[in-house]
Write a protein of this length. Structure first.
Length: 486
């Protein structure tokens, strides 16, 4: 098919913000004051403020490239697919933006002047002490979600009114933390099909683009998977929306980084009832890959590239004809975190700092030797084969090496305006060459030594239902949708 359903059974972030166990961020227009630089983490990730904060900053999207992990030789050593490899030029360009900023542009007062829409006269304002405690309106929440506790109370009351007693409460309890009230209508599927047809008429399709569209559309649903899992273990647990963390390090003494500004935006934070804070990162594995078999040539491939899984074979996607079709290939989940994501998770743990409650936090305490966030959870979720939850523990020695090599990248290439060559760290000789090889080996070992937290079967993942209750009627391809409606 050439009409993949990227939003299939996806629950949007705007609706997840109303979940009783989810702590959302306030609208950017309600933020009018920044007590510290680290308070910029309260700007939502879809806001222009979040985009602005990336200027000249080494965030997780650039970290692996700046470490040289995506260069051909290092990537081959780490097992990173060719389709995901790229040079360090993009990271170099991003980090050079910091050199072009005017004096004082990164001061707290100037950041507040630029970023805080709430400074506008007449805007609804929030005091800084409630940034992380803002809630949507109760009517909107009630429209979207009913908590499992309320469902249980309603069921008991109904049975009591009918003269019956509820036998096994636990066995008959709702399987998720809250019931999602909205269901998708057939008309919405028809609209999605029409919209997809227009997109394909105006732009070239590719598996890489499909992966991005699927990942973005399904992100909130995977966060909900983590919420249901952890909150069912401890009802005090909450999932917190988070923006870009790490700006509090800008003025801290970080010699290894050579003045490099860092930042990270986890998909969410898991705040456990015992006070533990974990980074949450979700990866949605796209089920759509190119169909390499011509419809009239069974068993024959149209090119020489063999796809080992849905993460590979995409490096020629920009040259594919418009009529190329997709096929479904979901794969079994591995009990590992791919090496290319280790820098992302370590940077997130580093940048989250000591506490979620910034009102009891000073910039200096971000360098505390005993940080609260010492682990990260990754949810790897598929379209049809469930989800696996993995935990990676913070490794201070690895983080020290990450800082060292990022500082090297800044001093040797960014500060000197020299574009990094291919395999720029791999080709080093002497002690630095040995040090880099050990860093890569350490990364591989961390990738394979993660802890499996749990596995969620496909049927136990909460997703949106079709209006008539038939979840199986929401297809992965939209070709046949609306064919019977004339």
């Amino acid at each position: 098919s050439n009409k993949p359903s990227f939003f299939r059974r996806a629950i949007p972030l705007a609706h997840l913000r109303n979940h009783p166990n989810f702590q959302p961020l306030p609208p950017p227009s309600m933020i009018h004051h920044l007590p510290t630089k680290e308070h910029v983490r309260y700007f939502r990730q879809e806001s222009w403020q979040w985009d602005y904060l990336h200027r000249g900053r080494c965030t997780t999207s650039q970290t692996a490239a700046a470490l040289g992990f995506l260069e051909p030789k290092a990537a081959e050593f780490l097992g990173i697919p060719r389709s995901l490899q790229r040079g360090g030029g993009g990271a170099w360009e991003r980090l050079r933006e910091d050199l072009m900023k005017s004096d004082g542009e990164d001061s707290l007062s100037e950041m507040e002047r630029i970023l805080c829409e709430g400074r506008v006269v007449g805007a609804v304002r929030l005091d800084a002490s409630v940034f992380g405690k803002w809630r949507p309106g109760s009517k909107e929440t009630e429209r979207l979600w009913i908590s499992a506790e309320e469902l249980q109370r309603n069921r008991k009351l109904q049975n009591k009114n009918n003269g019956r007693t509820l036998g096994n409460d636990k066995a008959r309890s709702f399987p998720f933390m809250a019931k999602y009230n909205l269901k998708i209508k057939q008309d919405e599927l028809n609209e999605r099909k029409i919209s997809l047809q227009r997109q394909r008429a105006n732009s070239m399709s590719s598996p890489m683009r499909a992966r991005m569209q699927w990942g973005n559309a399904q992100e909130a649903t995977s966060i909900l998977t983590a919420l249901n899992y952890f909150c069912s273990m401890d009802e005090r647990t909450t999932i917190h929306e988070i923006g870009m963390c790490g700006a509090g390090f800008d003025d801290a003494d970080q010699d290894l980084l050579n003045g490099l500004k860092i930042g990270a935006s986890p998909d969410a934070l898991i705040c456990h009832g015992n006070g533990t804070v974990e980074v949450l990162e979700v990866k949605n594995h796209c089920p759509f890959v190119w169909n390499n078999r011509h419809p009239k040539q069974k068993g024959k491939r149209t090119n020489k590239h063999k796809h080992h899984d849905n993460r590979q074979g995409e490096d020629q996607s920009s040259n594919q004809p418009q009529g190329r079709q997709y096929m479904i290939r979901d794969f079994d989940l591995e009990r590992k975190i791919p090496p290319m994501y280790i820098p992302q998770l370590m940077m997130e743990m580093l940048c989250v700092g000591d506490s979620v409650d910034l009102d009891n936090l000073t910039n200096s305490s971000l360098t505390n030797s005993n940080p609260t966030c010492t682990s990260a959870v990754m949810v790897r979720q598929t379209a049809t084969k469930g989800a696996i939850l993995l935990r990676l523990y913070r490794d201070e020695s690895w983080i020290t090496e990450m800082k060292y090599w990022l500082g090297k990248f800044k001093s040797k290439y960014v500060n000197t305006s020299i574009i990094p060559p291919d395999n720029f760290f791999w080709n080093k000789v002497g002690s630095d060459g040995d040090r880099y090889q050990k860093f890569l080996q350490h990364t591989k070992e961390l990738s394979e030594s993660v802890e499996q937290v749990g596995f969620i079967p496909h049927g136990k993942i909460q997703r949106v239902m079709l209006e008539n209750g038939g979840s199986g009627e929401i297809p992965l391809f939209l070709d046949s949708v609306g064919d019977d409606i004339e």
